[in-house]
Design a protein around this ligand. Structure first.
Ligand code: G1P
Length: 288
């Protein structure tokens, strides 16, 4: 029987180079898409999929990212005293999304190394990874779509999407054969290939279901693209040892990790939230 996924790791210790200069002072996961920080969307997606034990891998000093999910005593007391039950419930809902564990990554050695920090937290069970820059809006949470494939086939699953040529050298690219319904059996993975070496236009998007075997593959693997310890290489090392699938998920994806991406994500989110309909109309945008 495949084990149910209960735990997630959210690596959030990057330097935020794609979003300078604001990230000199504010960690990127706290930049807002409308009224919620980026990382709220990842945690809410996990919670919607029944994953409520979450480890955040943070840079030293970035505790504010985890504090966002803890009770805010000052706000709760103020709303309680005013009898503002609606606002009080809204605050408590955020605290209740997940049980958060904070882990530190003291050196920026890559995504694989960040995930390795969560080895003890994960233990010996399959787990999810969310890259919080990647926002996905879907009917079934994207991570639940991946989890279903991992329950059916076993092994690891990466989220996947077809991307335009210019995006290929910045992403993990998948060599795979379709086995139907958006599911692909993965034959190879290559991190940030030059366009002429890319096996396809199918890219890894920041959602993963991984088996605990990935930790040894990270630990004993060598540095890859950009001289960093790449998660993609550790997953590629599992091909032939355990099943590895890619899930072309149903839903809309935006990489909000750049100013232009965050602008697109903000407009997308505003168009689907009724309370922003006047602002959307005033900007000449149409509702989603
Ligand atoms: C990471 C992964 C890459 C993946 C991308 C998706 O890259 O290494 O395989 O395609 O996330 O967002 P990064 O954005 O950290 O450079």
């Amino acid at each position: 029987m495949p084990q149910k996924v209960r735990k997630a790791v959210i690596p959030a210790a990057g330097l935020g180079t794609r979003f300078l200069p604001v990230t000199r002072a504010v960690p990127k996961p706290l930049l807002p898409v409308l009224d919620r920080p980026l990382i709220h969307y990842a945690v809410a997606e996990a919670a919607a999929a029944g994953i409520d034990q979450i480890a955040m891998v943070l840079s030293p000093g970035d505790d504010a990212i985890a504090d966002y999910f803890r009770p805010n005593v000052r706000l709760e007391r103020a709303f309680g005293e005013r009898g503002d039950a609606v606002r009080l419930a809204q605050q408590k809902e955020i605290n209740g999304l997940a049980e958060i564990t904070v882990l530190e990554q003291t050196v920026a050695r890559g995504l694989g190394h960040a995930v390795l920090m969560a080895r003890d937290f994960v233990g010996d069970e399959p787990f999810a990874v969310f890259l919080p820059d990647d926002l996905i809006w879907s009917v079934t949470p994207a991570i639940a779509q991946l989890a279903r494939i991992s329950e059916e086939h076993g092994g690891s699953v990466v989220a996947a999407k077809r991307v335009p040529q210019e995006a290929i050298p910045n992403l993990g690219i998948i060599d795979a054969e379709s086995v139907g319904h958006g599911v692909h059996r993965v034959r190879g993975l290559v991190e940030k290939p030059p366009l002429e070496k890319a096996p396809s236009d199918l890219a890894i998007i920041g959602r993963y279901i991984l088996t605990p075997g990935v930790f040894d593959r990270i630990e004993y693997g060598s540095a890859g693209a950009l001289g960093e310890i790449q998660l993609t290489d550790a997953i590629a090392a599992a091909i032939g040892v355990e099943p590895v699938h890619a899930c072309e998920f149903e839903g809309d994806h935006i990489d909000a990790g750049t100013p232009a991406g965050m602008l697109a994500a903000t407009i997308y989110e505003a168009r689907r939230r009724p309370e922003f309909s006047d602002a959307v109309a005033a900007l000449g945008l149409t509702r989603a």
